[in-house]
Design a protein around this ligand. Structure first.
Ligand code: ADP
Ligand code: MG
Length: 378
């Protein structure tokens, strides 16, 4: 398995959204060919890939084609059926493993795994059925009831003040397994993206400081404005989790930094992460380059930060009758615009992002936020 997969080989990816698109761009720049599996005929990655298999993620014929034509397969999202990955694993190199994806796609398993790895999570209660909330819930309240599977961008989450509200929210979300998690008082949020290969070699990108708007990532600031001690602890914890998962590929770990500087693991993503998009322009290699390299059995590329950077997400909300005023961004010599080629803009939909590079994170943030205002002006 230590054989390197070299350019011109076909690489497969499950999912053709923006993460699949940026993976495809990176793979193609290196001379690989790409097959995307995504049922959406307009998927952002589909049109750039060499082959777009328009089929469901559990379509046996499509999976068979991936197994027969690709040298290795990866995924852009954690909600791919774990059985599809298990099927592919019997035939070709799959990274991350089906097992790692199965853990990350289930909040209950994920949080238990983090605890078993000796790391802190928010106090949480696994709620399989409503009566799991019959006992004393004071440890978890006020809290957030989060659906265990298929939640993202703050979807499938309800803030609850008391047991009655928690039970009502559980019923309202269809009685599916959930976690009831204590709402913590956060100093700030951080994330670290790590790349790990089969030999155990692992490298982390610098920690990003993340600001959310209505549960969706809004801005990532790099380097995070925290002490060297905090970022070093975040890095070590990320490496420890990757090690414990025996992870191969790109893994993101989201942390909460509490008022007393404790670092709590929020969640993990078995793939490149929105908060790592700054690596497209600000580090030696990007997180998508790392995804390609790790699935090909190549050593991870360097992660050195070439410039402080701020990433701003562009959500569908800013599309009015016209496209946003892109020239405001394109006129700046230190701003990179990335658009995902999505046909329709909807509220909360991730349409693109831009990276602002500057001599320090505060300057990058000030310019990034000023540009965001400019974008909305006619
Ligand atoms: P998603 O899968 O949608 O990213 P998260 O669990 O990461 O779900 O929650 C989204 C955001 O909501 C977090 O980044 C954080 O800002 C806020 N949040 C989630 N859980 C907590 C918590 N226990 N305490 C405080 N804020 C939280
Ligand atoms: Mg999150």
């Amino acid at each position: 398995m230590n054989r390197h997969i070299l350019p011109n080989a076909m690489l497969g990816i499950l999912g053709g959204g923006q993460l699949g698109r940026m993976f495809t761009l990176s793979a193609k720049a290196m001379g690989y060919r790409v097959t995307v599996l995504d049922p959406d005929p307009d998927s952002p990655a589909g049109s750039l890939a060499d082959v777009h298999l328009q089929a469901a993620y559990d379509d046996p014929a499509a999976l068979q084609t991936l197994a027969e034509t690709c040298a290795a397969v990866t995924t852009e999202f954690e909600n791919v059926p774990a059985d599809s990955m298990r099927f592919l694993e019997r035939h070709i190199r799959v990274s991350p493993s089906a097992e790692c994806v199965a853990i990350a796609q289930d909040r209950i398993r994920e949080k238990r795994f983090v605890r078993e790895a000796g790391l802190q999570t928010a106090p949480f209660l696994a709620v399989e059925i409503e009566s799991d909330m019959d006992g004393d819930l004071s440890e978890f309240l006020p809290g957030i009831l989060k659906i265990s599977r298929l939640g993202y961008d703050g979807k499938g989450q309800v803030h609850v003040a008391d047991a009655q509200a928690a039970k009502a929210a559980f019923r309202q979300m269809g009685g599916k397994p959930c976690v009831l998690e204590k709402a913590l008082d956060l100093k700030l949020e951080l994330s670290v993206v790590v790349t790990r290969i089969e030999s155990g070699e692992a490298v982390c990108f610098p920690a990003a400081e993340n600001q959310h708007e209505s549960g969706i990532l809004d801005v990532s600031i790099v380097p995070a404005r925290v002490s060297a001690d905090v970022s070093e602890r975040a890095r070590r914890k990320t490496l420890a989790l990757a090690e414990k998962l025996d992870y191969i590929g790109v893994l993101a770990v989201e942390f909460f930094l509490l008022k007393d500087d404790d670092l709590v693991v929020n969640e993990i993503a078995p793939r490149p992460h929105n908060s790592g998009h700054y690596t497209l322009d600000a580090t030696l290699f990007s997180q998508f380059d790392q995804q390609v390299r790790s699935m090909c059995g190549l050593p991870p590329g360097g992660t050195r930060l070439l410039s402080p950077a701020v990433m701003v997400n562009l959500l569908g909300d800013i599309w009015r009758e016209d496209e946003p005023a892109w020239d405001k961004l394109l006129s700046e010599p230190n701003v990179h615009l990335h658009l995902y080629g999505k046909k329709s803009a909807r509220i909360g939909r991730k349409m693109g992002h831009y990276n602002v590079l500057a001599s320090n994170p505060d300057a990058a943030l000030a310019q990034a936020l000023a540009l965001k205002q400019e974008l909305l002006k006619p």
